[in-house]
Design a protein around this ligand. Structure first.
Ligand code: ADP
Length: 491
């Protein structure tokens, strides 16, 4: 500045030019720096522009995804609603076993939930309208007529939808813009048609809506099948019950007849036995006296014959007595007095009573009984059972054999057993031994006396006690008879 000042003081013109040149110089430097700055700024602007474009692109993508997400969410919600609708329909119709009630489950709410304003179900067999929501009578007739002719389409097509080219003609003949129609099949045959129309929100019908509608129609078909099956089952059960009733009545009738016949038989045996007893007693008396030669000495041949007569008369008396007892027990003429009593004591007394026979037959006897055991029994009748069974054991066991009389306490019963090591009974004859007059046809029995009535009487006595008797035996090895009696707490 001092140089310029001295130049101006020397020559003002030169000084001014110098000042101007200096100014131009500084301006040039300043302009250069600004150009540089502008270039840098331009670069930055370009970069920013690029970034903005990228951001814009990203933003567009985000908006697109957001819209898609919303759509997807709406679709999911819609599907969920439809599934809930199906679930509710299934729950409400689970226990329904009547076709009318089943169709009554479809109401306006369900039609709306399916996305439509109007709906109808028509039975194609009798043209009965099962459901009508929003259809005029005229429209209904139109649909009925259209589908009577097109029944076979429904047989093979699970869903008819308005927007499909194939059904455009149907759509115009029914005067309906949009619709879904599906068959409700029972046992594979079209039973009814289900139609929904008039979308709540005018738009294209979604795939999920079509699927759920077809599923509902299939489900209704399933329900119809179940109802049919149930009705068949119910009818079969009813028929069966009727038949069982009829047969039971027939059986009761037969039983009554058998009871009457059985009573007649018992009465007959009872009166015959009774009538026979008096003359037999007299015959027996005289034959005994004759055998004992109370009327004078008999020639040996006559005595032999009389002894045979006396033996047979004894046999006859025994038979008549047992027959009389059996018929009395059967007809309830014998009063059965069941009361608590000691079975061990009874067994011991019967064994004592029969011990002379046991000894004379050279048999061994073992007793396997508790100290005492209280049971419910008619003492006199059970005594006869024991006498009969032990007597048989004595009869059918060869000398040197063994008889065991046992009594065991079980949970609710006493189990009484009479075993022997005698001739035994063939398997085929086992179940017959309790029948009247049955005697096993074997060499042992042919030599022995017997009526074949003893076990028959035994069985009846045990039956009157409502107890069980059975026999186990092996031919040649021995036999065991067992019977039960109810335990009592006190004697
Ligand atoms: P009975 O002894 O008078 O012939 P039962 O009614 O007492 O008549 O017996 C029927 C048949 O059962 C007998 O004839 C005999 O063949 C067979 N039976 C009964 N008890 C025994 C036994 N302990 N061992 C082998 N056979 C027996």
């Amino acid at each position: 500045m001092n140089i310029i000042k001295s130049l101006i003081s020397m020559d003002p013109l030169i000084g001014t030019v110098a000042l101007l040149l200096l100014g131009i110089f500084f301006l040039a430097i300043y302009t250069l720096t600004k150009v540089k700055t502008i270039a840098i700024l331009k670069k930055s602007i370009n970069y920013l522009n690029q970034t903005i474009q990228e951001l814009d692109h990203e933003a567009k993508l985000i908006i697109k995804s957001d819209v898609e997400l919303k759509l997807y969410q709406e679709e999911s919600e819609d599907k969920l609603n439809k599934l809930t609708l199906l679930k509710n329909l299934i729950l409400s119709s689970l226990r329904i076993l009547d076709k009318e009630q089943l169709f009554a489950q479809i109401n306006e709410k369900i039609i709306n939930d399916l996305g439509f304003k109007r709906g109808a179900i028509i039975n194609l067999n009798d043209q009965e309208v099962k459901l009508n929501i929003g259809f005029q009578e005229q429209e209904m007739k139109l649909i009925q007529r259209a589908f009577l002719a097109k029944r076979n389409i429904l047989q093979t097509t699970p869903l008819l939808s308005a927007e499909l080219e194939t059904y455009k003609e149907l759509s115009s003949s029914l005067h309906l813009q949009d619709f879904l129609i599906a068959p409700v099949k029972a046992r594979e045959n079209v039973y009814a048609i289900f139609i929904v129309t008039g979308l709540l929100i005018p738009r294209e019908i979604k795939r999920a809506e079509k699927e759920i509608f077809a599923i509902i129609c299939m489900y209704l078909g399933q329900c119809l099948d179940n109802i049919d099956l149930f009705e068949e089952l119910y009818r079969a059960k009813d028929d069966l019950e009727k038949k069982v009733k009829e047969r039971t009545n027939e059986l009761v009738k037969s039983l009554r007849e058998i009871e009457t016949i059985s009573k007649l038989k018992s009465d007959f045996i009872s009166s015959v036995s009774h009538e026979l007893r008096t003359p037999l007693t007299s015959v027996k008396g005289f034959s005994s006296l004759l055998v004992e030669e109370k009327f004078g000495k008999l020639p040996p041949q006559a005595k032999d014959r009389l002894e045979t007569i006396d033996k047979n008369v004894n046999k006859l008396v025994d038979m008549v007595n047992i027959l009389l007892d059996i018929s009395r027990i059967e007809s309830g003429k014998i009063e059965v007095k069941i009361s608590p009593s000691d079975i061990t004591k009874l067994i011991k007394s019967v064994v004592d009573f029969l011990s002379p026979q046991i000894q004379s037959r050279q048999l061994k006897l073992a007793l396997d009984v508790p100290g005492s055991l209280a049971v419910y029994m008619d003492k006199d009748l059970i005594e006869r059972v024991l006498i009969n069974l032990i007597n048989n054991a004595i009869k059918f066991t060869p000398p040197g054999g063994m008889i065991t009389v046992g009594c065991k306490k079980e949970t609710r019963n006493a189990l009484i057993s009479i075993s022997d090591t005698g001739c035994g009974i063939e398997k085929n004859d086992l179940e017959k031994v309790f029948q009247e007059f049955f005697r096993v046809d074997n060499p042992v029995n042919r030599q022995l006396q017997g009526s074949g009535l003893g076990l028959s009487l035994v069985k009846r006595i045990i039956d009157t006690h409502k107890e069980k008797i059975w026999v186990e035996s092996e031919a040649g090895k021995g036999t065991t008879f067992r019977f039960t009696l109810k335990l009592s707490e006190n004697v």
